[in-house]
Each structure stands twice: as C-alpha cells, then as structure tokens.
Design a protein around this ligand. Sequence first.
Ligand SMILES: Cc1cc2nc3c(=O)[nH]c(=O)nc-3n(C[C@H](O)[C@H](O)[C@H](O)COP(=O)(O)OP(=O)(O)OC[C@H]3O[C@@H](n4cnc5c(N)ncnc54)[C@H](O)[C@@H]3O)c2cc1C
Length: 482
Amino acid sequence: MSDLLAAIEKFAKDLSPKANVFYPGSAGYETSVTSYYWVSSKQNPLAVFQPAVAQDITKFFNLLAGYQQLLFAIKGGGHIAPPGFSSTAGLLVDMTLFQQVNYNTETQTVDIGPGRLWQDVYKILPLDRTVAGASSCPGVGVAGFNLGGGYSNKTNQFGLAIDNIQSIDVVVPSGEVLTVSGTSNEDLFWALKGGGNNFGIVTNWTMITQPQGPIYSQTYHYTLDKSAKVVDAIINYSTNVDLLSNIETYWEWTVDNGELAAIISAECFYDSRTPPTEVFQEFKAIPHKTPTPAFDSWLDRMAALPGNRQSHRLGWGAEAADDLPPFRGRFSCVMLSGFKKELIEETLAVFLELSRDFISHGGVQMYPDFWPFNPSLFNNSKDCAWPHVKGSPNTPLVLNFKWQGEDNDAYWLPMIEKITSRLRRSAITLGCAVAGAPVYYNLAMEDVTVTDIYQGNLDRLLSIRQRWDSTKVMDRTGGFRI
Ligand SMILES: Cc1cc2nc3c(=O)[nH]c(=O)nc-3n(C[C@H](O)[C@H](O)[C@H](O)COP(=O)(O)OP(=O)(O)OC[C@H]3O[C@@H](n4cnc5c(N)ncnc54)[C@H](O)[C@@H]3O)c2cc1C
C-alpha cells in the first residue's frame, strides 16, 4: 500500500498546474467525498484526483496500468443511486474541474464539461436556447445523465439526451485522447450514448441546442382522498399526450418531525407560455392545495423546484425547502409501453402497504412517479447503445425510496427488488409493458443485468469494448459492466 501511495504522490507531481490530488483529512477531499445525493454512495477513497485537462487523465490511465490492483470511480454530479457506481475505496476521479459551458453561435451547439450540473448549463446558455434533452431536476449531473440516456420534459419532442449529442471528447483506457462523432470513431460514439462508464472518461459533450421561448410550469398538490380522480386524470392525459406537454404525477410519503405526511403532486409543464386549456384542465379541476407559483422561464422553474421533492411543504404554501435529512436509498424502475388504471392502482396499493411500516424501517421519503409520454417519443431517435427505437415506446415508472440507517438496507433492498419484479410482471400481464424491453440504466437497481439494459445491442457493445478496452481497465470501476 505504501508503494501505491508513493506512486500516487509521484503521479500528483506530474499533473497539469490546475489539477488536484487531495488526501484524507484535507478540505478538498471532504468536499468531494461528501457531495453525493445519497449518503449510501459515500465511501472513503485513498485519494481524490481532480484532472484539469485530458492529458491528466492519460497519466491516470498510465498509473492504472502500473497498479493492476488499483480500483477507481469517476464522479460527475454524484446522483446515481447504487453504491460504488461513482464512489470507491480506491482512487476517486472527480471531474469537477471540467466546467466548460461554451455556446457556439454559429453551430448553435454547446460544449459541456462533465463537472457541470444541468441547472448551471441553463444559467449560462443564452435564454433563447436550450439543450432539449436536458434534465429539469436540480442537482442532476450532465455526465451520468448523458452516459445513461436522459428522459426530460422535452422527450416527446426531441427524444433523450443521447439523441441530442453531436460529438464527445473521451480519454480511452489506452490513454488516447479522442473526439468521437457520427463521422469519427463512430462505433465508440454509438457506444458512449447509453453505454455508461464502460469505454473511458468523457471530458466534453458537444450538444445540439433548440430555440427556447417562455414556458408554462405549475405544480398542483392534492390530498390522498383525491387519488381516484388523479388516477383518472393521468389515464385520460396518457391516451392523448400533447407533444409540447409533460406531466409527472407522484404520490409522496415523507416523514416530517416523526410524522408521516402524504400528498399527491402533478408537475404540469408546457413548452409555450399558454397551453391549450384542455391539456391540464382535468388536473386543475380536481380540488387542490394552493398551487406553487407558475413559472414562465426554465431558469425560474429550475431555481424553484426542490432537488428532493418535498411537496407536502410546498403544497401548504411554505417555501421550497430542500432539507430532507441525509438519506440512503435507491431508484428502481418498471419500463412501460403504456398506462392502465389497474397498474397505477396496484402500484399505489403497494406503496400504501409499505407506508404502514415506513417509519419503523427508517423511512425518509418514497414515491412512485407516473410519467406518461406520447407513444411517438422515439420517432426521431438516433441509433445509440441504449436501445430506444421508433414504434417501441419504453418509459420508466419511477420508484424512489429513501431511508436512514445502514441496518435498514437489509429491509429495503430486497423489498425494492421484490416490488419492482411484482410490478414488472403485472405491467406485462396488463399489456402496459413488453417482456424484454430495455431497462433504463440511470434509474435501475444494481441487480439489473447488462442484458436487461442493452438487450439486442449487447453483442455489439461487447465487441466495441474489446476493441477499446481489451485489458479491461474499466472493470476496475463500478457500474453496469458490459
Ligand atoms: C433527484 C434526481 C432526479 C433525477 N431525474 C432524472 C430525470 O428527470 N431523467 C433521467 O433520465 N434521470 C434522472 N435521474 C437519474 C440520473 O440521470 C442519474 O442519477 C445520473 O447518473 C446522474 O448523473 P450524475 O453525473 O449526477 O451522477 P454520477 O453519480 O456522478 O455518475 C453516474 C455514472 O456516470 C459515470 N460517470 C460520471 N462522469 C463520468 C465521465 N466523465 N466519464 C465516464 N463516466 C462518468 C459514473 O462513474 C457513474 O457510474 C435523476 C436522479 C436524481 C437523484
């Protein structure tokens, strides 16, 4: 070990002037290892390496070549849920210093660094442009979002984030620094669009932007006794989704001062200031709490939406608070081709049952998030590693669980797997899902396999991996390993 530490110290001295290597006990180390969305992601690495230029990463791959036992992780926004996917007991590669957000007025594309969160990108882009596939949720990193897929408010119009990438700068395990695109190293470009962290370390995405005018955004909050009406509203909306609209509806249980609070919220978005009346009418007509203020710009909306949903507070007119206690947790998802009332009702019954023992199992917050898209959402999709093709709608029913106490992992982890498989089976039986539909990388539990995720694209990915990482360097980092 002292040999390895000495090698890391030597490596640190050889880096570009702005790069950092932080050791335990330093402020830089603490900031990096604690900035994860989920406490369960945190580990104590040997050191934190912050590259400043691509050549620093080349040197890092050289270090790895000399120390076969050295594990590592790559961290962008730190939001992925399974522990070890962007955290490690080895060397943590923290991409914070790749902060570029450079808009090119001629090409109308934007270069974005993996150290950025989506909320920063909106602040820097001209107000009349946007990256159509970007996350609207505060805190989410550009890096993981772009490597896994990226569902957004504008997916009905412009597909996933990976459909809006023009080129990618990446350092591959050989140490080579490459720019890959539809005309240069096309196989690697294809693989990096949904292939996760299997092929190297990305230092830049060049993304297509679209014109952005004023928007409509308003969230309605309902008490649980309105459940049946809200379920009907979701079903009616899902049968005819206006392409400019987006509604996410979630039933959220949160523990606040030892008490369980539950509320339903419908986040209504329209990509124009004045939506046609009928789009949100049914949601508006259900008696609701004072809605959160309406926003007409992306920026204001992003500034106001809490990173952790805390709708029970918002619904009562309190300020947008982002103050859940630190939590462990997971996302899980059931991939759907459509919605039926029975599936929503079964999902709610499962959560209601869970809510009974929620507090005694350290529960902090949980919600199922129903997110219908138009079946045409993949009509303009590009060919990518993560299969999403015209005529095969496939969207996540998002299941979110947060709790405290490592001891409670033993209750929650098998429970989430059990619930997910049960709902997946029901969705197939009800005709809301297709068996073998690709599971979404970014919202999957760690029990999901790469076959589940990549399906028919797996063989091609394996051969691309063999070409670019024949010595399996990327096996030393966590993630869904191809
Ligand atoms: C509150 C919240 C809201 C969300 N909302 C959405 C949503 O609306 N739509 C959606 O599609 N998803 C959503 N997600 C899921 C989100 O897309 C994933 O969690 C995503 O991985 C986050 O990216 P990150 O950079 O923050 O994560 P990180 O944890 O930093 O990274 C995720 C993965 O990418 C790898 N990685 C990071 N940087 C690099 C790099 N430079 N090169 C190579 N590999 C790298 C990491 O090793 C890790 O495996 C949400 C998640 C949360 C917690």
